[in-house]
Design a protein around this ligand. Structure first.
Ligand code: PLP
Length: 430
């Protein structure tokens, strides 16, 4: 291991107390002030007896369309289904290739393989973790039928460069905007930048429901019509099927809850941005260079911070995470195994070394708490705990982790009273 620069100082006055726990996500803080409104909305839906699609879903689609600046919004059962439906509407199938990043949630790629098409993985930019347009260009072939950029962590991919590649090849762009609602590129919202946008209402997303849900956006009338059919088994009118679709309808109860939350999304997004700026300042304040690389800035997009992801070089990420876990600080790794190295995709023939920046990110990145209701004291605790790891206590902390049986926080359980707030990986999947 190469030598490290001098240790960072603790970004806290000695008199400041560190908090005993900082959760990765605390949905209860967001939901509590809305409890009465949510209950009333649920009651209204129950009284109406309309539980699938229905007026709440139609109204939600209209409201989202107005906010995002897209003519068509089609709600569906999940972000994963949104991706599948988008590719179905584009008639992607066996023999076709789709270019996409491997540094993403699994669903981006499984939508391609479920239709019998082949994912072709492009590497990411080391600073933004977003798909690298130059590598996308290299991966295009005569068989390429679509490009899927993923607006990862809440930051929009370089849509100018990607649109030029797609135009040149005559292929559509399907935006995976699951993590990026309200992010923009040159002033336009993600989901309004390609041919189809795919979003998720999974509870950890910036606009999360109380279960699974998702939606699609498009300006293309042909795709909107196909998507509306495909989500209901291609059925119109009832029991007459012109297409083979799937059952992917959004429940009215989900739509009603999301409609209560939607008016707050802008303020919640601003709070995430304030929190990100506070982390930036806390990291800049002290000498973290060489220990922690905070997220890069990019003036061309509005980053909505679904995740605040730091890079921890020199093979110390997992030890830092274990230390934070012991201190009650919730973190997550998005994603520990890139899609091209997943066991189920072994037959695709990709191996270690094929996507160097993707593989490095999988080994070095760590998501810190960034949810809107996070307090300054909690953020100072997170950064102080990181400084503690690299500072005076770093040697001890690393030694302790080396003796532990495995190298992740899950193998180092938080004290019993903290487990609920630190959360489990399946509570915070992204
Ligand atoms: C980048 C990305 N794509 C797709 C999905 C799938 O969304 P869902 O969980 O709603 O199926 C998610 C989130 O889970 C995601 O983060």
């Amino acid at each position: 291991m190469t030598s490290h620069p001098s240790s960072p100082e603790l970004p806290l006055a000695a008199s400041d107390a560190l908090l005993p726990a900082v959760p990765l996500l605390a949905l209860d803080r967001q939901n509590a002030p809305l409890r009465d409104e949510i209950r009333a909305a649920l009651q209204r839906v129950c009284d109406s007896g309309r539980f699938v699609l229905g007026p709440d879903v139609a109204d939600l689609e209209k409201e989202l369309g107005a906010i995002l600046g897209v003519p068509h919004v089609i709600a569906c059962a999940s972000g994963s289904d949104a991706l599948l439906l988008a590719l179905m509407a584009l008639e992607i199938g066996p023999g076709d290739e789709v270019v996409l990043p491997s540094y993403t949630f699994f669903a981006t790629a499984s939508a391609v393989t479920r239709l019998g098409a082949t994912p072709i993985f492009a590497d990411i930019d080391a600073a933004t973790y977003l798909v690298d347009p130059a590598d996308v260009a290299r991966k295009m072939s005569r068989r390429t039928k679509a490009i899927i950029p993923v607006h990862l962590f809440g930051r929009t991919a370089d849509m100018n460069a990607l649109a030029a590649i797609a135009r040149g090849a005559g292929v559509p762009i399907v935006e995976d905007a699951a993590q990026s609602i309200l992010s923009t590129w040159d002033g336009r919202c993600s989901g309004a930048l390609g041919d189809v946008g795919c979003f998720s209402f999974y509870p950890t997303k910036n606009l999360g429901g109380a279960g699974d849900g998702g939606f699609l956006t498009t300006a293309r009338d042909d795709l909107a019509a196909a998507l509306r059919l495909l989500r209901v088994h291609g059925m119109e009118p009832r029991y007459y099927h012109s297409l083979v679709g799937i059952n992917s309808r959004l429940d009215s109860l989900q739509a009603a809850i999301i409609r209560v939350k939607l008016p707050h999304l802008d303020a919640w997004t601003s709070a995430r941005q304030v929190n990100a700026a506070r982390y930036d300042a806390l990291f800049a304040e002290r000498a973290f260079e060489g220990f922690v690389v905070p997220p890069a800035q990019d003036a061309r997009n509005r980053h909505v911070w679904n995740q605040y992801v730091i890079r921890v070089p020199e093979g110390r990420r997992d030890a830092l995470r274990a230390h934070l876990g012991r201190c009650g600080v919730g973190t997550e790794i998005y994603y520990p195994v890139p899609v091209h190295l997943q066991e189920c995709f072994r037959d695709l023939g990709w191996g270690r070394g094929d996507l160097p920046e993707t593989e490095r990110a999988a080994e070095e990145t760590l998501a810190l708490p960034i949810f809107p209701e996070l307090t300054p004291a909690e953020q100072r605790t997170v950064v102080a705990r990181i400084a503690e790891f690299f500072g005076a206590g770093a040697r001890d902390a690393t030694a302790a982790v080396k003796e532990a049986p495995a190298d992740t926080a899950s193998s180092v359980p938080a004290p019993r009273f903290l487990r609920r707030v630190v959360g489990r990986a399946d509570d915070v999947r992204c």
